[in-house]
Design a protein around this ligand. Structure first.
Ligand SMILES: [Zn+2]
Length: 117
């Protein structure tokens, strides 16, 4: 198994071409604006020994030219939408997620009494 480093050995350069690599000028912009489409994690720049082009990959899911990429702004919108759906799911599946339902607020006096004051 290949150790995870920030540089690929020269022997692997034959697997990479202009279609699955980026120029060193493109790479920072891609990394800044895009994330992994699977885990929405940060992308990394991986250099190929002796090559001017770089591979951009998710450390877990691989090359973005194979798995795709998603804009960080789109991922943020999906996370925000999921946050709003969370409350609906918790409310609609009380037998599975009942412990996460909003608990009735305790009065200040009840909270203080619980803490021993
Ligand atoms: Zn990933």
């Amino acid at each position: 198994m290949l150790a995870l480093t920030n540089e690929l050995p020269r022997e692997l350069a034959k697997y990479y071409n202009d279609d699955n690599t980026f120029t060193q000028a493109e790479a920072p912009r891609v990394i800044k604006h895009y994330c992994c489409p699977v885990c929405w994690g940060e992308l990394s720049e991986i250099y190929i020994q002796g090559e001017a082009r770089v591979v951009i990959a998710c450390p877990v899911h691989g090359n973005v030219c194979d798995i795709g990429r998603i804009m960080k702004s789109s991922a943020a919108l999906m996370m925000e939408k999921a946050h709003f759906q969370y409350a609906v799911v918790i409310r609609n599946l009380p037998d599975l997620w009942g412990q996460f339902r909003d608990q009735p607020k305790k009065s200040r006096a009840a909270s203080l009494a619980e803490m021993g004051f």
